[in-house]
Design a protein around this ligand. Structure first.
Ligand SMILES: Nc1nc2c(ncn2[C@@H]2O[C@H](COP(=O)(O)OP(=O)(O)OP(=O)(O)O)[C@@H](O)[C@H]2O)c(=O)[nH]1
Ligand SMILES: [Mg+2]
Ligand SMILES: [Zn+2]
Length: 307
């Protein structure tokens, strides 16, 4: 089975081993992967060709990736969400309540991938008369902007912040990640001004999302750039080798660690640690430092479980 005159293409949607491609020549086609060993995700560049008598094109090669965002699946194996990304946008919302530790773990994944990252907080229309949430949001904004992460407060519902977000996403490929129900698909629909992606109500019992989006999809935005909508998660942890990786995931830990007394300092209880000093001096946010410590512990626990 040899495809005719193969062409290069971009993967724009995946449904297990079948996918939608956008050929560099412009057309969109359905395709499937040749062989069991190959894998492709949104953002992958592939080579594919038409097969005589079949409607699906055949993908014969997946070109090398610049980067890939992965997450552990239920069996603890790394599952790739998307490839060749320029920006990871971590989405939190006022409902379900923001979990900044999850946000930090996604940001750590972006640091390790060496791509730009941003924090988006959706559903600001729910802020009315909630002074505590407002204060929580202001504090998070200070933390993230201090680290030079763009921070966009927005509402897919009433349109607040959408122009600012469109500008942020105007070049390259971005991915929206975050807990189920924070409104990733709703934000994309609002940017596109049409219901391209299905959205789903939160469950009454727990106020959690219902995992409405099941496949990753890449969409072009009217203001430039493209965005990947990804299935939401309940929790997220980057796949890390050891605690040194955790330190690389936090910009401020990385910055101060150069001045620690010991080269292998883990910035936990070691003496003459520049990171702990920076926390004590208020130069590193206590919440972010706690987030770092939690990721170190998590990484240890996961490492202990590995065969
Ligand atoms: N009040 C309010 N509700 C919103 C807003 N954006 C989204 N929602 C609601 O939040 C719920 C979840 O939205 P989705 O867009 O499906 O969330 P998601 O992040 O794509 O969820 P998954 O696909 O499960 O990961 C829906 O009921 C939306 O109508 C907003 O700005 N304000
Ligand atoms: Mg969705
Ligand atoms: Zn240290």
């Amino acid at each position: 089975m040899k495809p005719e005159s193969p062409e290069d293409a971009l993967v724009v949607a995946t449904f297990s081993r079948r996918m939608r491609l956008r050929l560099d020549s412009g057309h969109a086609v359905d395709a499937r992967l040749k062989g069991k060993r190959q894998r492709a995700v949104c953002g992958d560049r592939v080579r594919a060709g038409r097969i005589d008598g079949e409607s699906d094109w055949l993908i014969t090669a997946v070109h090398p990736r610049r980067n890939a965002l992965t997450r552990p699946n239920r069996r603890g194996e790394a599952e790739t969400l998307a490839a060749n990304l320029d920006r990871v946008c971590v989405v939190a919302a006022l409902e379900p309540a923001p979990d900044w530790y999850i946000v930090d773990r996604y940001l750590a994944a972006a640091e390790l991938m060496q791509v730009d990252a941003a924090v988006l907080v959706n559903k600001t229309d729910l802020l009315h008369d909630k002074p505590q949430l407002s204060a929580n949001l202001d504090e998070a904004r200070r933390d993230y902007e201090h680290l030079a992460y763009p921070f966009v407060a927005l509402s897919a519902e009433d349109g607040t912040g959408l122009d600012e977000l469109a500008q942020l996403l105007a070049s390259g490929i971005s991915i929206l990640v975050g807990q189920s129900g924070v409104g990733k698909s709703s934000i994309i629909n609002a940017l596109l001004d049409r219901d391209a992606q299905k959205t789903g109500a939160l469950s009454d019992k727990h106020g959690e999302g219902r995992h409405t989006t099941v496949n990753s999809v890449l969409l072009d935005l009217p203001g430039g750039g493209s965005v990947v909508d990804s299935p939401g998660v309940r929790d997220y942890a980057p796949a890390l080798e050891d605690s040194t990786d955790a330190a690389r995931g936090f910009r401020e830990v990385q910055t101060y660690s150069a001045d620690c007394r010991f080269a292998n300092c883990r910035h936990l209880r070691e003496p003459q640690c520049a990171v702990q000093d920076a926390v004590a001096a208020g130069k590193i946010s206590e919440r972010r430092y706690e987030s770092y410590r939690r990721l170190v512990n998590l990484t240890r626990q996961l490492a202990a479980k590995r065969p």
